[in-house]
Unconditional design. Structure first.
Length: 332
């Protein structure tokens, strides 16, 4: 069975983008893979986090994953900082990756913004840590949203250069799994920008803990254009907001853009938005109820994470020890 690894940052309540682009696919992939799901707190501190909020967000993110159907017994869920192998391998990868590769990363450019000199060094080497996350487990498949594509290409470049530099075939190639009609969920206020936890406008996103009234209001206010819905998917060209809302509907209903248009072609956005809000509420309400249930029992969440970390370490430690031997460290 192929091993899967993926991660999510504990930096606030996950959005519909995280859910449709990642978590929902993770749940489905559990049926026929060995999966390792990581709450990446080391990545979170590449930008300032209040320590107490980070602890809370790590538990909240875990609660959401469990509420969505991540299975912590058949698979592994753990916080990144609890398995030392990630940071150890990341250091080796810092010495493999070239500055030029990192400078090309669009996410660094976006996140660092204009004040690049003031970004943390951690933010710059962030993709090396991501590569270490995956390669520490010899994972071969990585389900992510479209925004992580470039980071996974870099993870493959790093593995190839490591293998080449040390004359080995140690780290396998990884296959990105970028799945479904919602691999890139866009902001509800601007169909050309990614839906993100860090967008200053809460109206731009659906949070997984939004209540039904909030969801209905955000969808009603979501930006659209004045045209009716087109007859077919080709008619979505140049209409980013319409494409985005249809993609969300399609992902939730288990169909594609064309499938949604079979029901809504030629209509206005009013009826479609009502149906979309109802579908979102139907799918998300059980998740937020189950998240609250988990959050009432912090000890149970911590037990899941502790057990996951111990099992993750038994896989990662020997792999990273071997990488250290290959680079020439004494094994005393
Ligand atoms: P993060 O925490 O930003 O996002 C977690 C997952 O959600 C996906 N995602 C989206 N998908 C579709 N539309 C959106 N608007 C949207 N926003 C987020 C992301 O693509 C991601 O799959 N660096 C990663 C976490 C990470 C990781 C890893 C992933 C750390 N180590 C190793 C894979 C393998 C991140 O910040 O994800």
């Amino acid at each position: 069975m192929q091993r899967i690894f993926s991660g999510i940052q504990p930096s606030g309540i996950p959005t519909l983008g995280n859910y449709l682009g990642a978590i929902r696919n993770w749940v489905a992939l559990q049926a026929d893979h060995d999966c390792i799901w990581c709450v990446v707190d080391l990545h979170a501190i590449t930008v300032w986090q209040d320590p107490e909020s980070l602890r809370r967000a790590t538990r909240e993110m875990t609660a959401v994953l469990l509420a969505c159907g991540i299975d912590p017994e058949a698979h592994i869920v753990f916080p990144q900082s609890a398995v030392r192998a990630h940071a150890q391998l990341a250091w080796i990868f810092n010495c493999i990756a070239r500055l030029g590769w990192l400078t090309r990363m669009t996410q660094f450019k976006d996140k660092a913004g204009k004040d690049r000199e003031n970004a943390s060094a951690g933010l710059y080497v962030y993709p090396n840590l991501m590569a270490a996350d995956i390669h520490a487990y010899h994972a071969t498949r990585v389900p992510v949203g479209d925004d992580q594509r470039q980071h996974l290409e870099l993870a493959n470049d790093i593995a190839q250069k490591f293998n080449h530099d040390y004359g080995v075939d140690f780290f396998p190639a990884i296959e990105p799994l970028i799945l479904g009609p919602a691999a890139r969920v866009m902001s509800l206020r601007d169909g050309t920008r990614k839906m993100s936890k860090s967008d200053p406008s809460d109206q731009s996103r659906i949070n997984l803990n939004d209540d039904p009234d909030t969801i209905a209001l955000k969808i009603r206010r979501a930006k659209t254009d004045p045209e009716p819905l087109p007859a077919d998917a080709a008619g979505l060209e140049g209409r980013p907001e319409a494409r985005n809302l249809l993609g969300i509907y399609a992902a939730l209903a288990g169909t594609d853009h064309a499938g949604v248009l079979r029901d809504f072609a030629g209509g206005g956005f009013g009826r479609f938005k009502e149906a979309l809000a109802a579908l979102l509420i139907e799918k998300l309400s059980p998740i937020s109820a189950e998240t609250r249930r988990w959050l009432d029992d912090e000890a149970a969440i911590d037990a899941v994470l502790r057990d996951g970390a111990a099992r993750a370490a038994t896989i990662a430690d020997p792999i990273v020890r071997e990488a250290e031997r290959l680079v020439g460290f004494l094994r005393l």
